[in-house]
Ligand binder design. Sequence first.
Ligand code: SOE
Length: 386
Amino acid sequence: MAKELRVGVVGCGFMGRAHSNAYLQANHFFEREHKPVLKACCARPEEKDKLEKFAKTWGYESMEFDWQKLVARPDIDLIDVCVPNVLHHDIVIAAAKAGKMIVCEKPLAMNVREAEEMVAAVKKAGVANMVSFNYRRVPAISLAKQLIEEGRIGRPFHYRALYNQDYTISADVPQGGMALWRLDARVAGSGVTGDLLAHSIDTAEWLNGPIQRVVAHTETFVKQRKHAETGKLEPVTIDDACMFLAIFANGSCGTFESTRYARGRKNYNTFELNGENGAVFFDLEDPQILQFFRYADPGTGKKIEDHLTGWQRIHVTNFEHPYMKNWWVPGCTIGYEHTFTNGLADFLASLEGGPEFHPTMCDALRTQKVCDAVLESAKCGEWVEV
Ligand code: SOE
């Protein structure tokens, strides 16, 4: 018997669309008892026209223009937070107090203090929760996790992550407002560190364990931008670029780089892990491929590299690959939006006695701690313990 999961989404932008699509698609591809129902969507009164269009497009039953009213509704089981970072804290805490399940976009919060309060609230309420670090659900990244767990990489030495884009190079791009709130530190908390490196850190800690210490440099290339809301030229206080070195608890070393000034790079999210027995490389601009280099047998550690060995490009679309049996036939690829559907399917499974869901807010607090340590190190110019 299907159980209705009545969803209220706050926000009708990019992430509102990605999540709405996942709620509509999950039951078409994954057998789950829970059936998401798009009960209500919510945005500010100034966004009335946009919200109406959004509600119609995705089939929401109703609209709200005050998130507190949405959270108070008894006919909503799950609150989904798809609004700018500055609003996450208050909505999550109110939703937890109202006993709702919660889905929250990344980064979890503006800073560690807020994130800790949010984690305390969901723990106290005992509500199921997830944070949308969606890239864990790229089948090729999940396969990398599997290869690591199978011992195919062996002792890890180096972790290397890049997350580069190029959409803020022009000094004419304003800060603030609907699409560009990510450039406004008062709304976003930080620049590429919270927006992009948070993804890289979440993936890195999932694959290679906790980061212990970091040393960072950040740069703001365009010092002033017009603010979309005030129309005035205002100082830019986000980090346009961030680079940091990391030491992992397992003794391996990492380098992380992110910028929105890498001309030609649109969503260039890559990582490589080099270990004693093998290595993996992934690039989100080539998302169905996992590159794997095999050096030694995972069981015995004995060398198997020979004159035929080289980097393998695994086309991650076989039924044996993570998530792929739920989609099409081998060779048929899936894309960006499916990572949200895969994540939601795992979340629903966890409500139905399946494996525990991660990343929860508790996991995202770890990521927030690394982000805050990175920003602190960039300020003080020294190594910072996480
Ligand atoms: C920024 O441009 C952005 O949309 C991020 O906010 C997302 O988290 C990332 O997945 C794609 O890029």
